[in-house]
Design a protein around this ligand. Structure first.
Ligand SMILES: C[S@@+](CC[C@H](N)C(=O)[O-])C[C@H]1O[C@@H](n2cnc3c(N)ncnc32)[C@H](O)[C@@H]1O
Length: 389
C-alpha cells in the first residue's frame, strides 16, 4: 500500500481538520507542518482528465503539495547514497529539495555533495534550490518542477530521514484566477480566499449528492469552489446587487473551470427569513463579519457588531431546527482590540445545541479555530455544527 507525504499550509491544525475522513493519518508533525497518510480517498466527480493525486490536491485548500514516500533512511549517509543512486539510475537532470525539520547546514551540505558526486560521475545535473534554500510550493509551480524534474521532500525525525517524491502541487495560477481575476470583487465586503472556501466545504464533509448552500454568498466564492468540486450549489444574500454579481462571477468562472452554469442558483434573501424545511445538504459560509472597520474600532463599536452578528446566527439556528441540513461550517467575527479578545462563539453554543446540532472538535480539541491575518482588525473564528444523529 502506498504512503503519502502531505505538506500542510500555515494553519496545520486546520489543514488536518480539512483532511479528516479523507485519509488515515500515520504520522503528523504540527511544528514542521506535514503529515504522512494512507488510504487516501480519491474522487473524480466531474470525470476530469487529471491524475487522481492532483485532483485530490486541487480539492484541498490547506495542503500545499503531496508526494509518494520512497524511503526511510537511517542516517545522513544512507540518505545521501539513496539520492545519488536515484540521480544516476533514473538519469535525473534536474532536481530540487523541500526540507522539513532539518538543521541550518543540512541542505547546503547535501547540495554540495550531490553536485560533487554528479561532477565525478560526469552526470549533468541542475539543482533548483536557489542559495541552497528549501523550495517553496510557489517555486515548484512556477518552474513546473514536478513535470520537468524530480522534487524530493525530505523530513527529518531524530536521526532518520523520510524521502518522498513530490507528485502534485497547488495550482497557484488557478487560485489567482478565482481570486483576483473575478469580474466582481468588493474589498469593503471582505475577501474570502478561495482556499478558505474549499476548507469550509471540506470541513462540513459533504456527500457527493449534497447541495452546498451559502446564505451569505457575497461574490459567490464558496459557490464557485463548490461547483469546481462537482457539487450543486445555492447562494443567497440580503444585498440584491451582490446576488446579481454572484451570478455573473459564477458564470464567468464556469467557462474557465468548465462546470455547468445550471449547477448554481442565486437569489436575494435575508438569511433570518429562510425557511430551511425544503432545503437539504450542507451550509458552508463565511457569514457576515459585521462592519468592516478601517480604523481600530472602539469597544462600544465591537459590542454593537457582536450583538448584531449574534442575533442573526441565533435566528438562523432557530430556523434550522427540524431541517434536513446536516452540517454548517461557518465563520464568526472575532476582534482582538486593546489586548482584549471579543468572540461570539460561547454565546451561540446553547442556540446551536437547541437546534439539534453540536460543535465538531478540531485536532487541538477546541470547538473553533481562529484564522487571522495581521492586516485586519477582525479575525474569523471557524466552527462546524453537525446535526446530532
Ligand atoms: C463577508 S461577506 C461574504 C463574502 C463572501 N464570502 C465572498 O467571498 O464574497 C458577508 C455577506 O453577508 C451579507 N449579509 C449580511 N447580512 C445578511 C443577512 N441578514 N442575510 C443575508 N445576507 C446578509 C452581506 O451582504 C455580505 O455579502
Amino acid at each position: 500500500m502506498k504512503n503519502y507525504f502531505l505538506a500542510l499550509g500555515r494553519y496545520p491544525n486546520l489543514s488536518l481538520a480539512e483532511l479528516q475522513g479523507q485519509l488515515d493519518v500515520i504520522f503528523y508533525n504540527e511544528e514542521n507542518q506535514y503529515l504522512i497518510a494512507e488510504n487516501l480517498e480519491f474522487k473524480n466527480p466531474r470525470d476530469l482528465p487529471r491524475p487522481p493525486e492532483q485532483l485530490f490536491l486541487d480539492s484541498l485548500g490547506g495542503t500545499m503539495f503531496m508526494g509518494e514516500t520512497l524511503k526511510e533512511c537511517e542516517s545522513y549517509n544512507d540518505l545521501k547514497d539513496f539520492i545519488q543512486d536515484l540521480v544516476v539510475n533514473e538519469a535525473v537532470s534536474k532536481i530540487g529539495f523541500c526540507t522539513f525539520g532539518v538543521g541550518k547546514n543540512f541542505l547546503p551540505k547535501l547540495i554540495g555533495e550531490t553536485k560533487d558526486f554528479s561532477r565525478e560521475k560526469d552526470h549533468k545535473l541542475r539543482i533548483e534550490n536557489f542559495k541552497s534554500a528549501s523550495l517553496s510550493s510557489g517555486q515548484i509551480f512556477e518552474r513546473r518542477l514536478t513535470q520537468k524534474g524530480l522534487v524530493l521532500g525530505i523530513a527529518q525525525e531524530g536521526n532518520q530521514f523520510l524521502v518522498s517524491k513530490i507528485i502534485a502541487n497547488q495550482n497557484l495560477r488557478n487560485y489567482e484566477l478565482r481570486d483576483r481575476k473575478k469580474n466582481f470583487r468588493d474589498a469593503k465586503m471582505g475577501m474570502l480566499p478561495p482556499k478558505l472556501a474549499q476548507i469550509l466545504i471540506n470541513l462540513s464533509h459533504p456527500d457527493h449528492k449534497d447541495t452546498i448552500i451559502d446564505p451569505f454568498c457575497g461574490s459567490a466564492t464558496v459557490n464557485i469552489e463548490a461547483a469546481i468540486a462537482g457539487f450543486k450549489t445555492q447562494g443567497s444574500d440580503i444585498n440584491e446587487h451582490f446576488v446579481t454579481k454572484s451570478r455573473e462571477n459564477f458564470d464567468q468562472m464556469s467557462e474557465k473551470f468548465r462546470y455547468e452554469k445550471s449547477t448554481g442558483t442565486f437569489e436575494t434573501q435575508d438569511v433570518t427569513k429562510i425557511d430551511w424545511k425544503a432545503a437539504s445538504g450542507i451550509i458552508a459560509t463565511e457569514g457576515w463579519l459585521g462592519e468592516n472597520f478601517e480604523q481600530t474600532p472602539s469597544v462600544d463599536q465591537i459590542k454593537a457588531n457582536k450583538a448584531a452578528v449574534l442575533n442573526i446566527w441565533r435566528q438562523v439556528f432557530l430556523n434550522l431546527k427540524d431541517s434536513n441540513i446536516r452540517s454548517v461550517a461557518f465563520c464568526l467575527p472575532c476582534w482582538n482590540v486593546k489586548s482584549r479578545k471579543f468572540s461570539i462563539s460561547q454565546e451561540l453554543i446553547s442556540d446551536i445545541n437547541a437546534a439539534g446540532f453540536e460543535l465538531k472538535k478540531f485536532p487541538n480539541q477546541d470547538t473553533s479555530f481562529i484564522y487571522e491575518r495581521e492586516t485586519t482588525f477582525v479575525a474569523r473564528e471557524i466552527l462546524v455544527a453537525q446535526k446530532v444523529a
